[in-house]
Design a protein around this ligand. Structure first.
Ligand SMILES: NC(=O)c1ccc[n+]([C@@H]2O[C@H](COP(=O)([O-])OP(=O)(O)OC[C@H]3O[C@@H](n4cnc5c(N)ncnc54)[C@H](OP(=O)(O)O)[C@@H]3O)[C@@H](O)[C@H]2O)c1
Length: 228
């Protein structure tokens, strides 16, 4: 399969790249600074196609070296994301409009930009599109408040993802929204309940049977449905 992953240079994105390469797939690995990703050197795979892509920017992505886009994409994982300020930086008292807009730009608009750009190849591949949101974006699950920018941006992503799912269902593109679990990565300062390998294995299982779910469903890495 031809697979595109954003934010592919570290954390869950890097884990997803390694996982799918090990399964023999062709991987378009997107990062803001692909030339500096030493982690990809260790994977030493001719099936890894590096792409420069800052999803916060309307500028089109740039395939590096001899890499070109495939005519058909079978899986797109919109993984790139930011948390924004930590600690009290996103409290009711402290969160700034700039912080709200910056996080929204990456986490909610980023996946929309990516899908808009890749749409013809996604149609050609009858693709599965997996947008990685977070349970922190679930309104029904929010009992602790705070975290305004991250929560609101991920809630918006869930709505973007649902609209995409509805709009694209007739063209053979299946869109789902994923929660990777609470995973030990840079984003969580390496706190969490599970490691990258567990989350990646779980999400890839869900993606492989995405059609068992309704378009736009919000699904955890272990396959359970999450309420919006
Ligand atoms: N870890 C968790 O517990 C958890 C829980 C729920 C949801 N998630 C979501 O899972 C996804 C991956 O998270 P993670 O834990 O792997 O985080 P991470 O370790 O902080 O990695 C984030 C990735 O996103 C990339 N990125 C950030 N801004 C970007 C931009 N403007 N354009 C392109 N790439 C950009 C980063 O690239 P740079 O190196 O260039 O910054 C990095 O590759 C995120 O969407 C996150 O919100 C994570």
């Amino acid at each position: 399969m031809n697979i595109v992953i954003t934010g592919a240079n570290r954390g869950l994105g890097l884990g997803l790249v390694a996982h799918y390469l090990a399964q023999g797939h062709e991987l378009w690995a997107c990062a803001r600074n692909p030339c500096e990703v030493t982690a990809w050197d260790a994977l030493a795979s001719s099936s890894l196609h590096p792409v420069r892509w800052d999803v916060a920017d309307d500028a089109p992505p740039q395939c590096m070296g001899s890499c070109t886009w495939p005519s058909a994409i079978h899986v797109l994982i919109n993984n790139a994301g930011i948390y924004g300020p930590v600690g009290t930086g996103q409290s009711l008292q402290n969160v700034s409009s700039k912080c709200m807009l910056d996080v929204f730009n990456v986490d909610a608009i980023g996946p929309l930009r990516v899908v808009q750009h890749l749409l013809p190849a996604l149609r050609e591949g009858d693709a599965t599109v997996a947008n990685i949101a977070s349970k922190m974006g679930s309104i029904s699950d929010n009992s602790s408040g705070g975290n305004y920018a991250y929560r609101a941006a991920k809630t918006a992503l869930m709505m973007v993802s649902k609209s995409m799912a509805v709009d694209l269902a007739d063209s053979g593109i299946h869109v789902i929204t994923l929660h990777p679990g609470w995973v030990k990565t840079d984003m969580t300062d390496h706190h969490g309940l599970i490691n990258v390998a567990t989350s990646v294995q779980g999400m890839s299982n869900v993606i492989s049977r995405a059609c068992d779910y309704l378009p736009g469903d919000f699904i955890a890495f272990d396959g359970t449905l999450i309420g919006f």
